[in-house]
Design a protein around this ligand. Structure first.
Ligand code: ADP
Ligand code: MG
Length: 829
């Protein structure tokens, strides 16, 4: 019976990962997320009671057109599906119990456990053997109702719960006398009850207040606890409290010390009655370091704490995936202690040791996975071994109106050496905005074409792909090479023609967006893949383009400047080239922070520049999490500037809701100087290149990250004219100003990124979701750099010894479990 059941855990995991990754329809090894669900639910349809089949069919259909749904619709669908799966799982399990029992003993169905009987199970089974194995579903441990709640957090098995790390801890372990209380500290004190009172708030009948006056031999303290809801407002409950804390009782109180107008107190403390001072403190919270878990609606803190406590004994079954020698070398504690103590540590030091070990694991397995990938790439061979020099590259050099910078020459050399090897290139070029990365890509493509191969260039937006295409056309025409553009809005007839020319090999170069990775796109001899602004693509998308050739060379480019240690971590599978020099003659972009009152100055400068023949961008931030509202604010701003401020100029408008034809129109009008001002949402951020634009006005600049502002600023200062970046600060908090000042003072993308990372944290800076940056649960790329380096060192040692990992089966298993999840998607088969 069991064997016919769907793999529930895998289905839930897939849904959880899809949600974690922002409902982007993640790509698995064989299927995209929606395909996986479509297939799985179709299977399920055959096994469920008829009354549920209609709903199941609706879901199948909904996944059929998942890609046309909005993010909100996707989120709702996933919620429904999750609930539905839980319901079906329970029904099918009950049914199989029915069948088992009827098969065995012919017992009439009346004695079979039903749903309602299952619900009456104790909510938490406190016996230490409650959870018997790591793979056990939580329903068996905490009861089906609580298991449903935990499923909302993506927790299905005992194992999931053990690895559900707290986001923080409260330190109740510090016991303090009343006299020594210091506001801001979290403490526990032991004192005698002098007075107790419990009553409904005179101002709010639904609020119940418990007041206690406590003394120890150093002082007196009044504390209050608040209880909201009708449950507490009846006299019975309130009297019971007075009975619980009669004068003379010794209690322990734990919480945050606060100072208010009545003096010092504890903020809504946890209370526990002790028999006597110094008595056994055995509550889950009092007197310990207590875990605080990330929660979601309807899942209470105590539920998670109790559930974790009840599965904690199973840590003794955890096998350490790291060999003892490695633990000793890096002074790491064993996994059993680490998991125990990350949840309920006896003290701060134990917590720190636990955290260090688990952070190490996160970094270690990422590095290990990347290094292993790289190792296997090195073993692959490409047939596209290119000649060291070529006529085409020479021609291109002659066509270009400028000389390559030293940095460009150096990186070109690195690329050409890679291309002459049968080991496929896997190189990332990091270079600040405007450093001139595009020509590097062109040189690499020409080398491939010269040797009789095709090349593909993929960019993250249509605007950018179109721009690359125009540039390539202008150069390649002179060299009699053809190039085509393929995006989502390429017409069907053109698309067919491109497909055909690619397959015959007639077309040497294709530029485009994600459209390039569709299955219908087939190359004759793809020798080189270039991915621009690679941080905007997922790992899987890159891999899919790569698979269109036989181990082609891969060149990726990014303007997201990240510090070298981080680059090594995140791109452990790549060689990294730094393009650390701007083309000559670039003047620094004069950057000024302006407050609301100084708006007129901004408009004056804009007018002056336009009169001299220059052009201006006006960029509006994301106001809300709603594209619609952003579009409205862009439309309104455009209207205001056009009618009230600059009626004498032509003003264009660009935002995310325009069709791609309309976007192209807006950009080409600006490029051709038919419009002097372009009002835009952040869609101009990536790669737009109009050298005649000299002013960038950014509204509500404080809402942007520094690196993003730096990218935006890079849209000006691309030509010979002096350029300006005006940061309009909507709010004037000192922190906001301090942050923006970094931009006033520096033009160095690396420095800015570093500052941004210190001020906001790397997840925010790199945009975890887009960057392909894995979601670390515990680890912080800034705070845990020391552990990061150790982990990298360890991973290198391991790979050098045995890159197959066959020597360490547990490690190999752990790598599979973690690495794929970290990079997303591979859970689906
Ligand atoms: P990014 O690195 O941001 O992608 P681009 O490749 O778009 O930068 O180049 C920015 C501008 O600088 C383009 O107009 C390009 O033609 C120009 N450029 C590139 N290399 C040089 C150079 N060596 N000398 C002068 N201008 C250059
Ligand atoms: Mg670029």
């Amino acid at each position: 019976m069991k064997s016919n059941q769907p793999d529930w855990v895998r289905l839930h995991k897939a849904i959880a990962v899809e949600a974690e990754r922002g409902f982007n329809n993640i790509q698995g090894k064989h299927h995209q997320f929606h395909e996986f669900l479509y297939i799985s639910l179709n299977e399920l349809l055959k096994q469920i009671p008829t009354e549920s089949q209609h709903r199941c069919q609706q879901m199948v259909d909904a996944f059929g057109n998942y890609s046309e749904k909005t993010l909100q619709e996707r989120e709702n669908l996933l919620d429904d599906t999750r609930r539905f799966l839980l319901q079906m799982e329970r029904q099918i399990n009950n049914r199989s119990k029915v069948e088992e029992i009827t098969a065995k003993s012919q017992t009439p169905p009346a004695s079979i456990p039903t749903n309602s009987q299952l619900k009456t199970q104790p909510i938490v089974d406190k016996s230490p053997n409650a959870a018997s194995s790591l793979e056990q579903p939580l329903a068996k441990v905490v009861g089906p109702r609580n298991a449903d709640r935990l499923a909302k957090l993506g927790l299905y098995t005992v194992y999931d719960l053990l690895y559900y790390y707290p986001r923080d801890h409260i330190d109740y372990a510090r016991q303090v006398a009343i006299r020594d209380l210091v506001p801001g500290e979290t403490v526990t004190l032991v004192a005698k009850v002098k007075r107790c009172n419990c009553f409904s708030s005179p101002r709010n009948k639904k609020l119940t207040i418990l007041n206690l006056t406590l003394t120890d031999n150093t002082g007196t303290l009044k504390i209050s606890r608040f209880f909201a809801g009708p449950r507490f407002s009846n006299a019975g409950w309130q009297n019971k409290q007075k009975y619980n804390y009669p004068p003379g009782t010794i209690i322990a109180a734990s919480g945050l010390v606060k100072s208010n107008k009545y003096g010092i107190t504890l903020d809504n403390p946890e209370l526990e009655v002790l028999d006597q001072a110094g008595g056994q403190i055995d509550s889950m919270k009092i007197g310990r370091v207590v875990p605080v878990y990330p929660l979601s609606e309807g899942v209470g803190a105590d539920l998670v704490r109790k559930a974790v406590l009840s599965v904690l004994p199973t840590t003794s079954q955890l096998q350490d995936s790291l060999p003892q020698g490695l633990l000793d070398l890096y002074q790491l504690i064993g996994v059993q202690d680490a998991i125990q103590n990350i949840h309920f540590p006896p003290d701060r030091d134990c917590l720190a040791a636990a955290r260090r070990r688990l952070v190490f694991d996160e970094f270690f397995y990422l590095q290990l996975g990347l290094l292993q990938q790289r190792q296997s790439q090195k073993k692959a061979t490409t047939s596209a071994v290119l000649a060291p020099t070529g006529k085409l590259i020479q021609q291109f050099d002659e066509i270009l109106p400028f000389e390559f910078t030293n940095a460009q020459q150096r990186v070109i050399k690195e690329i050409l050496i890679d291309l002459q090897s049968s080991e496929p290139m896997n190189r990332l070029v990091q270079g600040d905005v405007g450093a001139g990365k595009t020509v590097l890509a062109v040189v690499a493509m020409l080398a491939a074409i010269q040797a009789g191969y095709q090349a593909a260039l993929m960019a993250p937006t249509e605007v950018l792909a179109e721009q690359h295409y125009r540039k390539l056309v202008s150069w390649f025409n002179l060299m009699h090479l053809s190039v085509e553009l393929l995006t989502g809005s390429t017409k069907a007839a053109k698309r067919r023609q491109i497909h055909k020319q690619l397959e015959t090999g007639e077309l040497p170069v294709l530029v485009g967006t994600h459209a390039l990775i569709q299955d219908t796109v087939k190359f004759h001899r793809l020798g080189l893949v270039v991915i621009d602004e690679q941080h905007r693509f997922g790992v899987q998308q890159r891999a899919r383009l790569q698979q269109k050739g036989e181990s082609p060379h891969v060149l990726t480019m990014t303007a997201t400047p990240i510090p070298r240690t981080l680059a090594l971590t995140l791109h452990g599978d790549l060689d990294v080239s730094q393009l650390d020099e701007l083309p000559p003659g670039r003047q620094p972009i004069q950057t000024t922070i302006l407050m609301g009152k100084q708006r007129q100055e901004a408009y004056d400068l804009m007018r002056r520049e336009i009169v001299q023949g220059r052009q201006v961008y006006v960029v509006l931030p994301l106001v809300e999490e709603s594209e619609k509202l952003d579009v409205r604010s862009a439309v309104e701003e455009h209207q205001k500037l056009q009618t009230k401020i600059f009626p004498e100029f032509q003003i264009g408008l660009l935002h995310g809701r325009l069709s791609s034809a309309e976007k192209d129109e807006a950009i080409s009008q600006f490029r051709d100087q038919k419009t002097q001002i372009l009002v835009s949402t952040t869609v101009v951020e990536v790669g737009v290149d109009v050298p005649n634009a000299t002013v960038m006005l950014i509204e509500n600049a404080e809402r942007f990250g520094l690196s993003q502002l730096h990218q935006l600023r890079g849209r000006v200062g691309r030509g010979e004219h002096k350029s300006f970046c005006l940061l309009m600060a909507g709010s004037s908090t000192p922190e906001a100003k301090e942050r923006l000042q970094v931009l006033e003072q520096s033009q160095d993308g690396f420095f800015i990124a570093e500052m941004d990372m210190q001020l906001r944290g790397p997840g925010q800076v790199l945009g975890t979701r887009q960057s392909g940056l894995p979601d670390f649960v515990l680890a912080s790329l800034v705070e845990d750099r020391e552990v990061l380096e150790l982990a990298r060192d360890a991973a290198q040692k391991v790979i050098e010894k045995d890159d197959s990992l066959n020597r360490w089966p547990l490690m190999k298993q752990e790598l599979n479990r973690r690495f794929e999840r970290m990079l997303g998607g591979s859970i689906l088969t």
